[in-house]
Every structure is written in structure tokens, then in C-alpha cells.
Design a protein around this ligand. Structure first.
Ligand code: DAH
Length: 367
């Protein structure tokens, strides 16, 4: 090939390479021009940056057409070499400048966009954590506990699964008593009873502490009842026990009168009705005058003016004996009341099952 033709050929090639670059680069020019107007997202810009990198290597790398052409400079006739060299140089510098300008623009944009993404505006309002509160049963239990603690009682707790001894025998409940019937009491397959009353803790407390003792024991009890508005197979009671030398029924009456004064107000009256419980003798049911109507009769006390508090009595000598307390030396009184029922009265609930559904829309009312 004559020298002149070859020179022309190479010049043409150089111009084609330049033109091909400009064509492909057009896309980058277009996209980077929209950076400032928000036309490109951060992830698009990051993608574009990778593509630009790859494009740059292809156009200016060792294996590029441009590199191949540069190697031809030596073959060009001496008189044309300088001019060709200059052409190639100016094409290369144009390509490199454009690529690096675009790279800089993209880099600046990406950095700014990342900063913006990670920015935290400390002046924005936060999301307030939902504030919890105590369950109404817990509120009532704590009120009861506070009153008795201030009267000098300790708070006891004990197991919910019991042997027949604690659930029945020690409480002077004879064999064949209906309370022992599996229709009334839940039994485990190996013969233990789910305690049906907190009175079991009387025995544990006296065995542990001996006499004298003054304690209350709040806790769960279980009975085979079909749930209805006033019954639940699991509910809460508070047991009370006071054993000392010379304790009489007057102490029982005075203590429960003081208790209802503190829980419902000093105007509250009490009433004791004779009753029967195997573990007390004599026994009495305790009522208090309605905190709502004061005894006139209203919806809450169902027109009677009185609300039932629970059972009570003088601890039966057999019970003291079962717990190794000498009934010749010590006497005592005991009482048991339902927390759920008291809670339902205080908050005027028509259905105690609401207390166990854990529906926050209901519970929220009792903050
Ligand atoms: N345990 C009885 C019940 O569940 C309540 C009770 C009555 C407890 C008289 C006592 C008491 O301590 O002396 O119905």
C-alpha cells in the first residue's frame, strides 16, 4: 500500500474511533445533564457510574482501538508523523477530558445524594413509644395489698397445684365433701388438685412461720365452672389470716371494717351474716354498704344496698392443729375475698370475662 494511502486510512480510522466515542458518550452527556434537575435517582447514578467505568476502560484501555492506533504512529512516514501524532493526541485528550468531567459530576452527585439519604433530621417529631399500664386486676390487688401491709400484714404466695392435704384435709374438708368432687375441682392426671381457694396458703404460712402470724395471700384459684358473666374457671382471691394469743371475732370485724373504710371510704359499713365454712367456726359472710348509693339501693348493688365481700370466720382448731399450731394457746381469724368480683364492682363491669380477654381497647380505660 502506498504510503500516502495508508496515512489517509489511519486518519480515517482515528476519526471513526472519535465519532464512535462521541455517539456512545451522548447517553452519558444526556443523563448527567439531568442530575441537577432531579432526573436521576441515586441508584441510577450509581449504575451509570459503573457503566462509565466500563466504557472508559473499553475506549482508553490497553486493548482499545485507540491504543492500537497509537502504536501505528511509528510506521507513518517521518514527514507526516508529527501531524498524525497530534491528531491522535487531540482525540485522546478530548475523550479523556469528557470522561473525567462526567466522572467528576457523577461522583459529586452520588456523594451528595448519599449524604442526603443518610441524613437524620433531629428536629422531626419522634414516634412516641406506646405507654403500657397495669391491668385493672393488678390495680385492685395492689390497693388491697397496700391496705393490709399498712395494717402490719405480710404478703404470702404459694403453689397453685396442691396435694389433697393442703387443698382439703388440712382445711378440715372431710372425705366425700362436694368440693372434692372432680366435677368442681380440676385434677392433674397424677392426682394433684389445682387449688380451688387461696385458703391453702393458711396452712403453708403457719407451717413456715408458726404463730403468731398475720398474712394475706393473693393468687389464682381454679374451679370447674362454665364461664358466664359472673363465673370464670380461673379467678383471683385474697386470703387473710391472723393468728395470735387472744384473737377474737371482734378483731375480725374491726379489721374488715377498717379495710373497707380504706378501700371505699370511711362512711362504708359492714354486715356479718352467719354462714358455714369447714375451716372456720363460727363462720360469717361479710357484706359492705354499696360505695355507689351508700345503701339506698342502685344498679351496682342490685337494689339491696349491700355488696358481698367474701367469707370469714374464726380459724377451726383442726386447721391450727393440721399446721402444728396449738389451739389451746392460739386463736385466729381468716377471710377470703374475690379480687375479680371486687374489681368488677369498682369498675362497673357487666361481665368478668372481659378481664381475661386482653382486649387493649377495653383495658385502656383503666389507666
Ligand atoms: N375459701 C372460701 C371460698 O373460696 C372463702 C373463705 C371463707 C376464706 C372463709 C376464709 C374463710 O379464709 O375464713 O369461698
Amino acid at each position: 500500500m502506498p504510503q500516502g494511502v495508508q496515512n489517509e486510512e489511519l486518519k480515517l480510522q482515528a476519526e471513526q474511533i472519535h465519532k464512535a466515542f462521541e455517539q456512545e458518550f451522548e447517553r452519558f452527556v444526556h443523563l448527567t445533564s439531568t442530575l441537577t434537575t432531579g432526573g436521576v435517582s441515586l441508584s441510577e447514578a450509581e449504575g451509570l457510574f459503573v457503566e462509565l467505568d466500563e466504557f472508559e476502560k473499553r475506549v482508553t484501555g490497553k486493548k482499545s482501538e485507540l491504543s492500537a492506533l497509537k502504536k501505528m504512529v511509528g510506521r507513518i512516514a517521518a514527514e507526516d508523523r508529527a501531524a498524525f501524532g497530534q491528531l491522535i493526541q487531540s482525540i485522546e485528550s478530548n475523550i479523556r477530558t469528557k470522561l473525567s468531567d462526567t466522572r467528576l459530576a457523577l461522583e459529586a452527585f452520588i456523594e451528595a445524594a448519599r449524604t442526603e439519604r443518610d441524613r437524620i433530621d433531629v428536629t422531626l417529631p419522634g414516634t412516641r413509644p406506646k405507654e403500657g399500664h397495669l391491668h385493672p386486676l393488678t390495680l385492685v390487688r395492689q390497693k388491697i395489698e397496700n391496705i393490709f401491709v399498712s395494717l402490719g400484714y405480710i404478703i404470702e404466695g404459694d403453689r397453685e397445684i396442691e396435694t389433697d392435704f393442703y387443698n382439703f384435709d388440712a382445711l378440715n374438708i372431710p372425705q366425700g365433701h362436694p368440693a372434692r368432687d372432680p366435677q368442681d375441682t380440676f385434677y392433674t392426671t397424677d392426682g394433684f388438685a389445682l387449688r380451688s381457694q387461696t385458703s391453702t396458703v393458711q396452712i403453708h404460712a403457719m407451717q413456715r412461720r408458726g404463730a403468731p402470724v398475720r398474712m394475706i395471700a393473693p393468687g389464682r384459684v381454679f374451679r370447674r365452672d362454665t364461664p358466664d358473666p359472673t363465673h370464670n374457671p380461673m379467678f383471683f382471691q385474697v386470703e387473710g389470716l391472723c393468728v395470735d394469743r387472744g384473737i377474737t371475732m371482734a378483731h375480725l370485724k374491726g379489721t374488715l371494717a377498717e379495710f373497707v373504710h380504706r378501700l371505699f371510704g370511711p362512711e362504708t359499713r359492714t354486715r356479718f351474716r352467719p354462714s358455714y365454712f369447714p375451716f372456720t367456726e363460727p363462720s360469717a359472710e361479710v357484706d359492705y354498704s354499696c360505695f355507689n348509693c351508700g345503701g339506698e339501693g342502685c344498679r351496682i348493688c342490685k337494689g339491696s344496698g349491700w355488696i358481698e365481700l367474701g367469707g370469714s370466720g374464726m380459724v377451726h382448731p383442726n386447721v391450727l392443729r393440721a399446721a402444728n399450731v396449738n389451739p389451746e394457746e392460739f386463736t385466729g381469724f381468716a377471710f377470703g375475698l374475690g379480687i375479680d368480683r371486687t374489681c368488677a364492682r369498682i369498675y362497673q363491669l357487666d361481665d368478668i370475662r372481659l378481664l381475661f380477654e386482653n382486649d387493649v381497647r377495653f383495658l385502656e380505660q383503666f389507666r
